[in-house]
Write a protein that binds this ligand. Structure first.
Ligand SMILES: [Zn+2]
Length: 74
């Protein structure tokens, strides 16, 4: 399963009626999954945390976000 699909299925479990602990677990899991989905840097900086990246980096060394230099955001 692709991280993006995994995230979408996870988020279906988080409804306004879900238990708070369940929502927290979904949030933590989806945040972790988020970092495995490659994101294009903004102006050479990490999309998530603003860390200055080198063009050879495939991961942000500050927050662990996966980086793709040639991918566009939805
Ligand atoms: Zn980062």
């Amino acid at each position: 399963m692709e991280p993006k699909q995994a995230k979408e299925s996870l988020e279906k479990f988080s409804t306004p009626y879900s238990h708070q602990i369940y929502k927290d677990a979904v949030n933590i899991a989806s945040e972790a999954l988020n970092k495995t989905i490659p994101k294009k840097p903004l102006n050479g900086k990490c999309y998530e945390c603003g860390w200055r990246l080198n063009e050879i980096d495939s991961y942000c060394s500050n927050c662990g976000q996966k980086i793709r230099w040639d991918v566009n955001h939805d």
